[in-house]
Design a protein around this ligand. Structure first.
Ligand code: NDP
Ligand code: HSE
Length: 439
């Protein structure tokens, strides 16, 4: 009798650069789910080489018999590595050099590096195509939520008109903890860092830059435009205070850092800033490290995705999804269409944005101050919907918080009005506006 010889399929051989929060999670997941993954992807996914800065560091992952490279760039030259997983971070430097070298060598690249993609995404996608090398980055946006695949594949039949997201886990965690526990901003940020949510430089998180990086990538996928990070209007959450959170509660809102990309007659709007969102909308209830992305398509209508947006395990889940695609031979153009077909983004100027505003002022409690502020708003064609002063100081001239809610106003008018308001003598701090959005 002749026996059939069944060859087991060759593994996908992976080199991982960066064994920090995300890298260690990827190694753990590949180890723990090795059998299931091999069955689902059609062949095993095997880590054969790794790189990090400190070889002696204790890491939360199983040990393996992989090759160690002190210089991550060497992974690109290892003939026994099929795919390089870049989990170092940073728009340039070692991470970018490694990614470009790996693509030039025809190796697949999987990365979670939204900073690099936001700044160099279109060029890197073109390089990948020039060398017929797959490039995948599910983990770069919204952690464990498979939003890249959803936009590129699940929603392929739609014209996307708007993307709205909570895209930074650190900020959402901070805003949620401040609201629920009254804890201090700095203390909660430290906790987010310990939990592995924050970027190496956490100002990227709290100043809105990380969310803007991710929005720039989503915009490209949704509208098939070249990634244009510089066109994103970015504001962070540093100026959001306990007073704002208390006022938000009183007015029936919650404060969220939203990232919004929208098709308008003026072009594509991309903006990241704190928003007052009505407390009865679904996105207002996305709390803690959770992210959410809602997309509006012409055929599907609104779809919403929610899940953990940062941390070791959720991010590893997304990285491994990309590896499984490469192992199975599934590939798609990185940004949905071939890089040469990505259109330059026609940006809608933020100055033309129209919306309602919450403006919180800290003013000296003295007669005439509210009339002066109202007059400036009137001079700039901004109409007031309501005005609230909380508590009256014991003595005249003490600081009090005052809030104006406006009807729809134009951003450029608002910016000019706020400049003038800041110069009024009784106004003690720069005005802190928060846009009101109903997503
Ligand atoms: P970490 O700081 O935890 O890990 C970075 C890793 O890179 C470390 O292992 C470090 O080595 C290694 N590294 C740094 N410089 C070099 C270098 N020059 N050569 C080789 N290795 C180097 O970062 P994260 O794991 O949090 O983030 C990695 C990437 O994933 C970033 O792009 C980040 O933006 C992205 N990301 C992170 C998420 C998260 O929740 N943390 C979620 C989604 C994306 P050593 O350990 O020896 O110091
Ligand atoms: N620092 C990022 C965040 C990590 O807090 O969302 C996930 O990309």
């Amino acid at each position: 009798m002749v026996k059939a010889v069944v060859n087991s399929p060759a593994p996908l051989k992976v080199g991982i650069a960066g064994l920090g929060v995300v890298g260690a999670g990827v190694v753990r997941l590949l180890d723990q789910h090795a059998g299931t993954l091999a069955a689902r992807a059609g062949r095993p996914i095997k880590v054969v080489a790794v790189s990090a800065r400190d070889r002696r560091k204790k890491r939360d992952m199983p040990k393996g018999s992989w090759r160690w490279y002190g210089d991550a760039a060497d992974l690109a030259g290892d003939p026994d590595v099929d795919v390089v997983v870049e989990l170092i971070g940073g728009a340039d430097g070692k991470a970018r050099a490694l990614v470009e070298a790996a693509l030039r060598a025809g190796k697949g690249v999987v990365t979670a590096n939204k900073a690099m993609l936001a700044v160099h995404g279109a060029k890197i996608a073109a390089l990948a195509e020039a060398h017929d090398a797959p490039l995948a980055f599910e983990a770069a946006v919204a952690g464990g939520i498979p939003i890249v695949k959803a936009l590129r594949e699940g929603l392929i039949g739609n014209r996307i008109d708007q993307i709205t997201g909570i895209l930074n886990g650190t900020c959402n965690y901070i805003l949620t903890e401040m609201r629920n526990t009254g804890r201090d901003f700095g203390e909660v940020l430290k906790e987010a860092q310990q939990l592995g949510y924050a970027e190496a430089d956490p100002s990227f998180d709290i100043d809105g830059v990380d969310a803007a990086h991710k929005l720039a990538v989503l915009t490209s996928l949704a509208f098939n435009t070249r990634v244009d990070f510089r066109a994103v209007h970015v504001e962070g959450i540093r100026h959001v205070s306990a007073v704002d959170i208390a006022f938000a509660r009183e007015f029936g809102y919650r404060i969220k850092l939203l990232a919004i990309a929208r098709r308008t007659p003026r072009g594509i709007e991309q903006r990241v800033h704190p928003c007052m969102v009505p407390a009865d909308t679904p996105i207002a209830h996305v709390d803690g490290v959770f992210n959410a992305v809602s997309a509006v398509g012409d055929y599907v209508g609104r779809v919403m995705f929610e899940g953990r947006g940062a941390g070791s395990n959720p991010t590893a889940s997304a990285v491994v999804a990309d590896l499984a695609d490469l192992a199975a031979g599934r590939r798609a153009p990185a940004f949905g269409v071939p890089a040469v077909k990505l259109q330059p983004l026609k940006a809608a100027a933020m100055a033309d944005y129209i919306g309602r505003y919450y403006i919180r002022l800290i003013v000296r409690d003295q007669p005439g101050v509210l009339a002066d502020v109202s007059a400036v708003l009137r001079d700039h064609k901004i109409s007031i919907e309501s005005l609230v002063q909380r508590g009256r100081s014991e003595a005249e001239n003490q600081p009090v918080a005052v809030v104006f809610i406006t009807h729809e106003a134009r951003e450029a008018d608002m910016a000019r009005a706020l400049k003038r308001i800041a110069k009024l003598r009784p106004v003690l701090q720069p005005p802190a506006p928060i846009r009101i959005e109903t997503p």
